[in-house]
Ligand binder design. Structure first.
Ligand SMILES: Cc1cn([C@H]2C[C@H](O)[C@@H](COP(=O)(O)OP(=O)(O)O[C@H]3O[C@@H](C)C(=O)[C@@H](O)[C@H]3O)O2)c(=O)[nH]c1=O
Length: 179
């Protein structure tokens, strides 16, 4: 697995070697010993899977009381995946990074706790799977507004995102609780 630190170095882009043969392909998607060396030692306690159609934007989400690190990837289609640093003491506080993740490129993104996370679907359909370092904690979820001016995420051009009611009422960066 190749591990590449992004401009926010705590966010790591992972590219697995893929072994193709006449049957299809094989790849490892998680190996604790390597992950630990490159990203840190965490215990994952919950796996999630969502499916969304084109232009659906889920985000930018985080839990505050029980923050979650997320190891995310796409098993069908393509998304543009975004992480926003919400950690007050971080040198990259208020900055964002984004990467295309797809079933074809098989890339994965490690988004540590203290980040707001979200994605927009750029293919007809996308299936998104991820491991989390803490459990879902209803009532502790926050949505940072996808198009907050202070953060200024450069989402793919010409797309009118489709949002949940909750995400349409997202908080501004100023309002959103920080870490
Ligand atoms: C996130 C989550 C939701 N749910 C339920 C609550 C609700 O009825 C339904 C849909 O929830 P949501 O609208 O919050 O789902 P979604 O918008 O997909 O939320 C996810 O978005 C991405 C971007 C993330 O980063 C995740 O951490 C998570 O916040 O699923 C769970 O039971 N467990 C969970 O872990």
């Amino acid at each position: 697995m190749e591990y590449k630190k992004l401009e926010i170095p705590d966010v790591v882009l992972m590219t697995p070697p893929v072994f193709g043969d006449e049957r299809g392909f094989f790849m490892e998607t998680f190996r604790q010993s390597e992950f630990e060396k490159n990203c840190g030692n965490y215990q994952f306690v919950q796996d999630n899977h969502s499916s969304s159609s084109k232009n659906i934007l889920r985000g930018l989400h985080y839990q505050h009381e029980k923050p979650q690190g997320k190891l995310v990837r796409v098993v069908r289609g393509e998304v543009f995946d975004v992480a926003v640093d919400m950690r007050k003491d971080s040198p990259t506080f208020g900055q964002w990074v984004g990467e295309y993740l797809s079933a074809d490129n098989k890339r994965m993104l490690w988004v540590p706790s203290g980040f707001a996370h979200g994605f927009i679907v750029t293919s007809e359909q996308a299936e998104f799977v991820y491991k989390c370092t803490d459990y879902y904690n209803p009532g502790d979820e926050y949505s940072l507004m996808w198009n907050d001016d202070t953060i200024g995420v450069d989402w793919p051009a010409g797309v009118e995102p489709i949002l949940s009611d909750k995400d349409a009422k997202g908080l501004t960066f100023e309002e959103a609780p920080k870490f």
